[in-house]
Design a protein. Structure first.
Length: 135
């Protein structure tokens, strides 16, 4: 599944040079991952309440290719790269909608953990099944 989530760059997202501050790309990616799960029918608060799990970031990497600026419309993608019983790696890229230019190439490692112990816990079968079918 290659999910696309639209984001508009606001003034608050930019630095003194008028370009998107590098760390904000990770915020954009977080929003897209949340919407990616939602699009598959999984709300994170329900996963916490009903399954006692949360997804936490264990690693994040970004390769910045070109700057985004105030008022740009962006696409932030989400695509499953690999998974195990307890973890997923999500490829997340950021494109400018206007010209489809790749601005940032990202990869985020996510681990499913028990909300009480914060130890790894298997990803619920329904989620893994939906992810596998979306590949």
């Amino acid at each position: 599944m290659n999910y696309r989530f639209p984001i508009r760059v606001y003034y608050e997202d930019t630095d003194a040079a008028g370009i998107v501050y590098y760390a904000n790309y990770f915020r954009f990616m977080e929003r897209a991952r949340t919407e990616w799960l939602r699009a598959m029918g999984f709300e994170q608060d329900a996963l916490r309440r009903d399954h006692g799990i949360v997804f936490v970031v264990r690693s994040a990497a970004a390769d910045y290719r070109a700057p985004a600026v105030f008022n740009d419309l962006l696409w932030v993608t989400g695509e499953l790269v690999e998974h195990s019983r307890t973890a997923m790696t999500i490829g997340q890229d950021v494109y400018r909608q206007e010209d489809d230019r790749l601005l940032c190439k990202g990869k985020v490692g996510i681990v499913c953990v028990d909300i009480e112990t914060f130890r790894p816990k298997p990803i619920p079968a329904a989620i893994l099944e939906k992810i596998k079918n979306a590949e």
